[in-house]
Design a protein around this ligand. Structure first.
Ligand code: PDD
Length: 278
């Protein structure tokens, strides 16, 4: 596998990052994950827009224009012959002697790699994903796609220990989002509900695309927080992300959602999203 580090395309075995990189020492960095289907970057523009915003919010200069980012991403996809999978990119504040404060004028570190995997078909898809709920232990600026992911790692470990696919994080009784996805429910009244954007959640790129499809279909989308009880009583539930696209949820905390199999609306939205993305 060929990876990209600070301007160089290198075999992953020989690529390295200095010990004093602030991404490693402080989680002082930003990342993005874009899906690749049939060799094409999916919804990449909004991912690069979010990258720009996240970097701005923590005062790391964006090392590349959108055009330059896209060129590097496409070059890496080509060098790895990637047909389907993910492309990950990370920008850290750079390398300096360990101190919470960093010297002015650091050069950001840029890393990019691909992961070949099937995105369109997944083991969880046929019977739907099982989800547990966990407390949301994260900081107060979850709109920034920070590489500091300890709370999400713990949530995913809890999900794995429970034998399920994803954890939905709960704060003050309502679901914020999945550990690496945006959470949705479909109510008995047919409303599609997801939390409004704020500092409490990451503004999902896939969420935005799905909302457009929902509007095109003339369905009702309601942006409001929902409780775990509402989710348990929902007709359907699903989550969205670059890595899962639109994933049906068929159980929450061991209790079946809807009929306990992927809902028709969720399946249709997944289909429409994939068709529109290509
Ligand atoms: N995660 N919420 C959180 C906390 C996320 O980490 C992600 C994505 C999303 C969905 O965002 P998008 O639709 O833009 O992928 C929501 C990526 C895939 C990851 O960490 O691997």
């Amino acid at each position: 596998r060929i990876v990209y580090v600070n301007g160089a395309f290198l075999p992953i075995e020989t690529a390295s990052i200095p010990v004093m990189d602030r991404g490693f020492l402080f989680g002082d960095g930003i990342y993005e994950v874009t899906a690749v289907l049939d060799g094409h970057l999916i919804d990449n523009e909004p991912h690069l827009a979010r990258l720009e915003r996240s970097l701005g919010e923590i005062d790391i200069p964006n090392p590349h224009s959108r055009e330059a980012w896209t060129e590097i991403q496409q070059a890496l996809v080509a060098r790895n012959n990637l047909s389907e999978g993910l492309i990950y990119l990370e920008v850290t504040r750079g390398v300096a002697e360990r101190d919470f404060l960093s010297p002015a004028g650091l050069t950001p570190t840029v890393v990019m790699f691909t992961q070949a995997k099937s995105v369109r078909t997944s083991a969880a898809l046929a019977k739907g994903a099982a989800v547990i709920t966990v407390p949301d232990l994260r900081w107060a600026r979850r709109d920034i796609k920070s590489t500091s992911l300890l709370a999400q790692v713990l949530a995913k470990r809890a999900a794995a220990a429970a034998g399920v696919n994803e954890a939905w994080m709960v704060e003050d009784g309502t679901v914020t989002e999945g550990a690496s996805s945006t959470a949705f429910i479909v109510t008995k009244a047919g409303e599609i509900v997801s939390r409004p954007l704020s500092h409490a959640v990451l503004p999902g790129v896939t969420r935005r695309a799905v909302l457009r499809l929902v509007a095109e279909k003339g369905l009702t989308f309601v942006e409001r927080p929902f409780t775990v009880e509402e989710a348990l009583a929902a007709e359907e539930a699903f989550f969205t992300s670059a890595s899962s696209l639109v994933m049906p949820v068929t159980s929450i905390d061991g209790r079946p959602i809807g009929g306990g199999s992927p809902g028709p609306l969720t399946r249709e939205l997944r289909q429409l999203y994939i068709e529109a993305a290509l």
